[in-house]
Design a protein. Structure first.
Length: 158
């Protein structure tokens, strides 16, 4: 049981499932997990906060994708909402814009429609809605075109 905790943080629901699969009776598991919560070895709120922080920072996941992951991990909706409060609309938009810039930079030279499709799909896999994805891709492609036009004028003027 303690090995389950030392490998990686886990939610109470995950630990309950893991112990159930190993054949531990529920009447033993519940009091044990209650005690572990009392002493701070199991803390779903801290787990949810940590998961949101790391998944958002490392993978750029949207709040929708983070909420889904928290649900899969067995985190209570109220705790999930508190943890998701760390990421606001501006943060989420900035993360999506950064992802768009990186994806479009990797696809330079490809057909515009291919670039749009691949970038919007990448944002969709991270949980961002199509409206935001298309808006950010369109904006970034316009910025890219303006930069190219500006370079062309400078080069011709020199």
């Amino acid at each position: 049981m303690l090995r389950s905790l030392t490998g990686a943080p886990r939610s109470r629901a995950q630990l309950t499932q893991a112990l159930g699969r190993r054949g531990y009776p529920e009447e033993l598991v519940e009091p044990l997990l209650d005690r572990m919560e009392e002493v701070g070895l199991v803390d779903d709120a801290a787990y949810a906060d940590s998961l949101v922080r790391t998944r958002y920072a490392e993978r750029g996941l949207s709040r929708r994708a983070l909420a889904e992951e928290l649900r899969r991990k067995g985190i209570d909706d109220d705790l999930a909402a508190d943890a998701l409060g760390q990421v606001d609309d501006d943060d989420e938009r900035a993360a999506a814009a950064d992802l768009v810039r990186r994806r479009l930079a990797r696809t330079r030279g490809l057909d515009r429609d291919v670039r749009v499709r691949r970038t919007v799909a990448a944002l969709g896999r991270k949980g961002y809605g199509p409206g935001l994805a298309f808006e950010l891709v369109r904006s970034e492609l316009e910025t890219e075109a303006d930069e190219l036009d500006g370079q062309g004028v400078d080069d011709a003027g020199n």
